[in-house]
Design a protein around this ligand. Sequence first.
Ligand code: NAP
Length: 404
Amino acid sequence: MGLGVAKLLKAHDYRVLTVGLGRSEDTLARIRSAAIESLPSDQELVVQSDYILSIVPPRDALATARRISEACQLPDTAAQRVRIPDLDGLKTRRKPYYFDLNAISPRLTREVGSLLAKGQGDDDEGTLCHFIDGGIIGGPPSQDPGTKAWKKPSIVISGSVDLPPSFHSLSEILNMKLVSPTIGSASTLKLSFAALTKGLTALSILSFSTAQKESVLPELLEHLQQYSPATASLTAKGITGMPPKAYRWVEEMRAIGEAFDTEGDWHGLGESVYGAFAEVYRTVAEDTILGEEKIGKRNRGTTAEDVSDILARRSQRDVAEESAKRRTGLSMGSAMLACVMGNAFTQGIQLASEIGELDAKETPLDRIRIASHPAPLVDRLESQEGRPWQQLVFRPGAGVAKIS
Ligand SMILES: NC(=O)c1ccc[n+]([C@@H]2O[C@H](COP(=O)([O-])OP(=O)(O)OC[C@H]3O[C@@H](n4cnc5c(N)ncnc54)[C@H](OP(=O)(O)O)[C@@H]3O)[C@@H](O)[C@H]2O)c1
């Protein structure tokens, strides 16, 4: 999305800046491909920018705001800024305008806002940035190669900041719409929209993979086509576009649940429903090869049948490991340890909870003990081909009869 917005702005002669430091090769390649200027530090970005648009995975929204807040507070940032004329030709530049355009909950939006408002006081003079809440509805901006016309998402914003004259053309180019004076309202609107589109895709994942497991997926698709063609089209589009975004939607589902509870007074029901959808997307992103998909470099999951097949074939081992992690609350390494240690699954969990958090690769072997077996339990670790963890081989007579 950031790349599309940058291209749209550059096509309208805006200077677009970013900080490439710490970003992946894919992102650096995208920055180069669009000839976006990459600055060496966050401070440089704050010094040189009139408008800062935060467009990152929702889980990084707060950390991104924190980086900008810290850069604003460096001793010479303000002094450097005032030496550069702004977009409106003012010699003494205003504070930057910070737009959080990420799919985050209204509560988190307010937290981001207060981070940027903190400074020398609570009044507007004391704030670090002018803060505007926002949300992007629709796909990234794209230009028709023939007609050169831009297809744009809608950027809804809310807040009660006085915006400068240069904002008028910026908002037109970006298709921005002020929907409310209240911080949090734009995020609520964005999430209420996403609840329906991405919520339906989560339901499609559950429905299609179950039908596939029972070998009736073709019949399900056929019936949808005949009796609910609009649903057939929405679900097919949703489920095939979802794989590279599933990781990002985990946090977005949680944000929707939180928004429904806090803003919609659903008292926990939002979290129950959308927390479960978050788990659906986490499963896709972390437990299947669909999580390796990248936008623009698609290999798997480009048909409803392939997505359903991959999800239906999740192996029992994956499910057991995942279940161990959820039930014990231990990290993946420890949950795997629990599976390896017990010849029965429940025994494994009990052993793991007695042992507590440890990593089989990092913990000295003689420290792996449990109360009921005071002697060191483990004789050695053995690597197993094709497995991401090592198998514990117990000392003879350590009390654990069989390790599987
Ligand atoms: N894509 C859409 O159609 C769409 C639609 C509506 C709204 N949005 C919103 O746009 C935002 C970004 O989505 P996206 O689709 O562009 O995600 P994306 O394709 O996964 O890209 C995220 C970008 O953010 C970078 N990033 C990750 N962590 C960062 C951090 N801590 N600081 C700075 N940059 C960071 C990533 O760099 P690395 O490669 O280094 O990780 C990557 O370049 C989300 O909040 C989403 O809700 C997107």
